[in-house]
Design a binder for this molecule. Structure first.
Ligand code: IMP
Length: 201
């Protein structure tokens, strides 16, 4: 029987991206919903770094469930805002994802086209409660913030994050395409190798 891997995220947008990227692994994927947690369940993120929060999330849910657990912490870092919203991306302003996009667009309204660079950063942590082993890996994805929202796919800041090479926002890409270029895709590719070499043998 294959080993269970808990994907410790309450984010509706992240879970399918993670399973899509790790799909080929010989594990049974479990979501928090599969363990009976409510859809709006939030794991605390008290750290000031992505790595700190990813480790806390993986360890908290790994200890509670007794399962091999993978968690990510990620966010948007805007050059002209000195790296904000960073670890506060999910809580940058109250309301929905769309409200947070509007806030960024407003903050950047006077920033010229050449200075609108930004990046997504993703830290993945893997924790095995049987051995107490923790490993992390990181992915970064650079682009720029456009002046209005485009596209309806994805989640979070995807409609305002533009990829010049592909000529579209994240929200105009298929999930496969986004995973092939994104911060989460890059971190998960590394995580897949780490899982195979260090946790599933
Ligand atoms: P957390 O990692 O659950 O704390 O939240 C990360 C937040 O960063 C999300 O709620 C989004 O606002 C933003 N974010 C992270 N990754 C992405 C992405 O791939 N696309 C768009 N927004 C993202």
């Amino acid at each position: 029987m294959s080993r269970k891997l808990l994907i410790a995220t309450g984010s509706k947008g992240k879970f399918p991206e993670i399973v899509k990227e790790l799909g080929a692994l010989p594990v049974e994927f479990l979501s928090l919903a599969d363990l009976g947690y409510p859809a709006d369940y939030e794991i605390e993120e008290p750290a000031m770094t992505f790595e700190g929060n990813a480790i806390i999330k993986a360890m908290t849910m790994g200890k509670k469930s007794g399962l091999l657990t993978l968690a990510d912490d990620s966010g948007l870092e805007v050059d002209a805002l000195g790296g904000r919203p960073g670890v506060f991306s999910a809580r940058y302003t109250p309301g929905e994802d769309a409200d947070r996009c509007v806030k960024i667009l407003q903050e950047l309204r006077n920033v010229p086209d050449g200075e609108r660079g930004a990046q997504f950063r993703c830290l993945v942590a893997i924790y095995d409660p049987e051995t107490e082993k923790v490993r992390t890996c990181e992915g970064i994805y650079r682009g720029r913030i456009i002046r209005e929202e485009h596209g309806t796919n994805g989640f979070g800041y995807d409609p305002i994050f533009y990829n010049d090479e592909l000529g579209k926002t994240n929200a105009e890409m298929s999930m496969e395409k986004k995973n092939s270029v994104s911060h989460r895709g890059a971190a998960l590719k590394k995580a897949k190798e780490i899982l195979i070499k260090e946790f599933l043998n």
